[in-house]
Design a protein around this ligand. Structure first.
Ligand code: ZN
Length: 320
């Protein structure tokens, strides 16, 4: 099978065919909406898909429904300097997208296209917008400029204003099935156990490849050993939080989510009913992740301590 890594810009991933066909249909019938919301877990390739769509919309001579990757527009998109494309991202990871940045986007949207007729804007991720920024965006969504496309990537980790959601057409990007994910991973990284790797990555293939790339898989294994020690009472949640404070809290939460998903699915495989506490804990993890993605500014060390106690109490919270 061929991978898409040698043609990064114009082709979606194999597991995104259905979504791509939907956009092709909309483009062919001139029904592309002004606002598009791409929702799904992080690291399943939404950004890649969005860029393939940006290239396709701006391309001057698409081939077989895809950007040609050789016209002037494609080259400019590839170089990140197409005058009719604006990418809005936080300045650094974890930072917010400000109201000023969104106002700049409104100005861009109201302008006229320099090259191909379309003006395309991409916000990645939408939950990084401050409340004021999100409100400022509403105006652009309500009064879109002519031939404009605004794409919002949403990792479903933080809240998104309902008023924004309702003004966009939503497309879902779930994690791919195991077979498809493994087929892709085999071409990217080498490991002796692809299933465990994907499990550690919460089923998200790009994340799985990254875990190998930055050697965090070994760290995750150590973290899981620590979780076992925690369960057995060898270690207290406060000690554990202290030991692991060198890792970003967002990563620790992802690791706990993957470990938790794994223990629930193993119980189910053995036809055991997981204690109710497992689901309470899962909610606690998802809430903590949302809290960190929001601008609520929680105390991360304390948050991790609470989650680690939650981990230890999962079994005991079953109703009896
Ligand atoms: Zn082109």
């Amino acid at each position: 099978m061929t991978t898409h890594e040698d043609k990064p810009l114009n082709m979606p991933y194999a597991w995104q065919k259905r979504q791509w066909q939907a956009f092709e249909g909309l483009l062919d019938t001139w029904k592309l909406p002004h606002g598009v919301l791409m929702s799904g877990p992080s690291e399943v390739g939404k950004y890649h898909f969005a860029m393939a769509l940006v290239a396709r919309v701006l391309c001057q001579s698409p081939v077989d429904g895809q950007a040609c990757s050789s016209c002037k527009a494609c080259l400019l998109v590839g170089a990140g300097s197409h005058p009719d494309f604006l990418l809005l991202e936080p300045e650094s990871k974890g930072k917010a997208i400000s109201v000023d940045a969104v106002r700049g986007l409104a100005g861009f949207s109201a302008g006229t296209a320099m090259l191909s007729g379309w003006r395309v804007m991409l916000i990645n991720p939408a939950e990084a917008m401050t409340h004021n920024a999100a409100n400022a965006l509403l105006k652009t969504l309500e009064e879109p400029g002519k031939a404009t496309l605004l794409i919002l990537i949403h990792h479903q980790q933080g809240e998104l204003l309902a008023t924004i959601r309702s003004r966009c057409q939503q497309f879902l990007f779930p994690a791919p099935g195991l077979d498809q994910a493994i087929a892709w991973l085999r071409d990217q990284v080498e490991t002796d156990d692809y299933v465990s790797l994907l499990e550690a990555a919460g089923g998200r293939p790009l994340r799985a490849a990254r875990l190998i790339g930055d050697n965090s898989l070994e760290q995750i294994k150590q973290f899981e050993t620590m979780l076992d020690n925690l369960t057995q009472g060898v270690l207290s949640p406060v000690e554990a939080a202290e030991q692991w404070k060198f890792v970003a809290p967002t990563d620790l939460i992802e690791w706990m989510l993957a470990a938790q998903t794994k223990s629930v699915s193993r119980a189910v495989t053995k036809k055991l009913l997981p204690a109710r506490g497992h689901f309470v804990f899962m909610d606690q993890l998802l809430f903590a992740r949302k809290l960190l993605a929001s601008k609520a500014n929680p105390n991360p060390q304390l948050l991790i301590e609470e989650l680690l106690s939650g981990w230890r109490q999962r079994e005991s919270a079953s109703p009896k």
